[in-house]
Design a protein around this ligand. Sequence first.
Ligand SMILES: Nc1ncnc2c1ncn2[C@@H]1O[C@H](COP(=O)(O)OP(=O)(O)O)[C@@H](O)[C@H]1O
Ligand SMILES: [Mg+2]
Length: 312
Amino acid sequence: MRKILVVGDLNVDVIISGMTEFPELGREILCDNIQTVLGGSASIFACRLAQLGAKVDIFGKVGNDENGKIVLNTLKKNGVGTERVIIDDALRTGVTVSLTYPQEKALLTFTGSIGALTPSDIKPDLFRSYDHLHVSSIYFQPKLLDSLDEIFMEARNHGLTVSLDPQSDPLGEYNKIWSILKNTNIFLPNEREAKEITGLSSLNDALSKLSLTAQTVVIKRGSRGAIGRTEEHIVKVKALKVNPVDTTGAGDAFDAGFIYYYIWKKQTFKRSMEFANAVGALSCLYTGGAEGKITEEAALKFLDEASKQVGS
Ligand SMILES: Nc1ncnc2c1ncn2[C@@H]1O[C@H](COP(=O)(O)OP(=O)(O)O)[C@@H](O)[C@H]1O
Ligand SMILES: [Mg+2]
């Protein structure tokens, strides 16, 4: 495998933590920390994939501003190729403000440059140098959404395999996804997204329904692990034991672990699910989606230790 191309959201996350209560209109409350870090499902995915050892380029837009510089510098520092990123003077880089509490978080997003990608930005020859395409956060990219089925078909015609993490639709509509899934090799929603997309309340039913259209489906279940299906082969993994500090980007880290093992290293479906589960769990130990460095060696060591604990 030569290289993976990631298309999607590049933005910063402003993570606010250590509040004892929820902010209220007309009052001021204090917090322990505010950090600006790389955000965006696609950029976090790309960083984790590069940390694991794959060659990866990212494509998307940022504004010509300080937040854009944070995005590009963090991607580069992690070894992600950024030559294709469009820096647009007319845009401001997207920002997600994350009010982080021990069990939950409240998110507020200014899409800015995230929503600016258009189908004409994606030239067919973009796919020439790659073997796999991963797209994330399609509902924050409304201009791209209508054409994604064709873009995926174009990528497949160029010989690429395609993976998709939809992320949630803020409007809760999840429209247009079925025609996109027809050209998706690997679909990676979380449990809520899988149920909302299918309109089914049973996880197994949602998995079966999605599997009728997408070739391989992996549903992430937070602290309950993950379940996946490829053809008739179903694999369930229980979450590995960690004390989470921040679960931002756990799903993207899981995706990176899965694509790294299944696509880049051509491992079995079961082994790839286990490896992804370890990368997802390890990512919960860092504040911010792409912070720390999760290597293949670290994930394998963690997986090995976790399996000994289960066995004892
Ligand atoms: N509390 C946790 N303990 C252990 N692993 C976790 C935990 N939260 C998430 N993970 C791992 O990360 C994966 C993705 O997390 P999830 O929250 O389901 O995704 P998303 O961020 O897309 O909502 C899970 O399937 C699991 O492997
Ligand atoms: Mg997710």
